[in-house]
Design a protein around this ligand. Structure first.
Ligand SMILES: [Zn+2]
Length: 487
């Protein structure tokens, strides 16, 4: 095995030792590493191990071996002390994690690898160093499965052995206070004030879900560290408790992260990071729309889209919102979005061309007068044909009608002027199934509400909102949802 001085790390020197395990000599210590550099690729995958030889055999099976550059670092903490895991802690003098950072920075610099192309990966104990490194190397990314975040929470025997070996002491307050930031990913984040990008894969059946994952998130909140950089990939598998992800599965996740900008992931029927959304669309702007739905939405800060029939508002039609209420709602645009539902709510398919034009245009003009520029039309009674679509397209660029399906932008018959909707009254299990469908295709679930129907209930609405939380779906206005669908 060749040894190279830290100072002598250069592209030339490293290239001659490509695909080999070597030792890097640094401050009288020798750190074993393995490198495989692929000069055509700009990404590097870095992992830690307590047995580099074993990992090299594994990594060669990996589809990324030939695609990307790879760097494996053997943690000297473990090997020089005969410990199972060393967490890069080092000894009372030195925090080896700092040496790893220097080695990685040097390697990246000689090969001109930018931090945003640096990915740290690992599971359990090795996930700890992956997260730690993603804090040290700014703008890098960690992809971890069930990582340890706080060494204090590992098995007691293992912990006592670790402290006693490294610090010649049993676990006690003194050790903890002196070395705490070496033991905790979140404390390092707090100290550095950095929220790295982490793809955090977690089995919610594993005991680490509480002790490490929840604890990790709570700490981020407590320390005021931005947790939006943590992409949570939670799955539920009893048979996986205490186990690594299979190579195939871990690689599949990595490939999604490396190769797709709109990262989306499915595991065990649970989907994450989709751009899918839910729209609550109240059709007719009735009294109940104002008294019940709007007031509830305002209190809970929920976005609702309301259809407007301009003639009903202008004429003060009974049971409809009046102009004063309309103006009040239109000012509340963090909650309310108004869209065109035609002037007088008649079946457009039964009208002449001119009448269709008028029905759409009069409502559009009314809304424009109130500074509302909507480009969406709800077809009254869902009545629509080619002629209606053709005329509508001169005033709006999207239209919707209820037919019990989701909006799937990937489907062959996707047509913005014929967006699908699902009735609010649909059973909750059907709504849940459709949410999952929408998540899969980055689509949208437009839920059509008639606040005036006897079948409307806040309870059902709350059940729907509960599901949007469960699946991390944004409830947004129709115009935003259509923007997300793309062109
Ligand atoms: Zn209607």
């Amino acid at each position: 095995m060749k040894t190279i001085d830290f100072q002598d790390i250069s592209k030339e020197n490293m290239s001659t030792m490509n695909h080999n395990i070597i030792k890097i000599k640094k401050n009288n210590k020798e750190f074993k590493i393995f490198m495989s550099f692929n000069t055509n690729m700009d990404k590097i995958i870095i992992s830690f191990t307590n047995n580099v030889k074993k990992d090299v055999a594994d990594i060669k099976e990996n589809i990324y071996y030939s695609k990307f550059s790879n760097l494996i670092i053997e943690d000297l903490t473990a090997t020089e002390n005969n410990l199972e895991h060393g967490f890069g802690i080092g000894n009372s003098d030195k925090h080896y994690a700092n040496d790893y950072v220097e080695i990685i920075n040097k390697v990246n610099s000689v090969f001109n690898i930018k931090p945003n192309n640096v990915y740290f990966t690992g599971e359990y104990e090795n996930g700890f160093l992956a997260i730690l490194m993603s804090v040290f190397i700014q703008n890098s990314t960690a992809i971890v499965h069930n990582p340890i975040n706080f060494v204090q929470q590992i098995d007691v025997q293992q912990k006592n052995k670790l402290y006693k070996t490294l610090f010649s002491e049993n676990v006690n307050k003194k050790v903890l206070n002196t070395y705490l930031k070496r033991f905790s990913t979140t404390l390092l984040m707090r100290k550095s004030n950095i929220a790295p990008k982490i793809f955090y894969i977690q089995n919610d059946q594993d005991s680490t879900y509480k002790t490490q994952f929840n604890n990790f998130l709570n700490k981020l909140e407590k320390y005021n560290i931005y947790d939006g950089n943590v992409i949570k990939l939670i799955y539920s598998k009893k048979e996986n408790v205490g186990k690594s992800l299979s190579f195939v599965e871990f690689n599949r996740i990595k490939s999604l992260i490396f190769e797709s900008k709109n990262f989306q992931y499915m595991f065990d029927n649970v989907y994450y990071n989709s751009t899918a959304s839910v729209v609550l669309l109240d059709d007719d702007s009735r009294e109940e729309s104002y008294n019940i739905l709007y007031k509830y939405a305002k209190e809970k800060e929920i976005k609702i889209t309301f259809g407007v029939n301009s003639a009903h508002i202008l004429n003060g039609t009974k049971n409809r919102i009046n102009e004063k209420q309309f103006i009040e709602m239109s000012k509340d645009n963090s909650v309310v979005e108004f869209v065109n539902h035609t002037h007088s709510h008649v079946k457009l398919t039964e009208l002449s061309k001119n009448e269709i034009h008028n029905e759409i245009k009069l409502c559009k003009d009314f809304l424009t007068k109130h500074n509302i520029n909507t480009s969406h039309l709800i077809y009254p009674f869902g009545k629509v044909n080619d002629e209606v679509i053709s005329i509508a397209s001169q005033y709006v660029n999207s239209g919707s009608k209820t037919n019990g399906d989701i909006v799937n932008p990937k489907s062959n018959n996707f047509n913005k002027l014929l967006l699908n909707r699902i009735a609010f009254e649909a059973p909750i299990d059907k709504i849940e199934r459709n949410m999952l469908k929408a998540i899969k295709c980055n689509g949208c679930l437009i839920i059509n509400i008639h606040a005036q129907y006897d079948t409307f209930s806040i309870k059902h609405l709350e059940d729907i909102l509960e599901l949007t939380k469960k699946y991390k779906l944004d409830v947004i206005h129709l115009s935003e949802a259509i923007d997300r669908l793309g062109n």
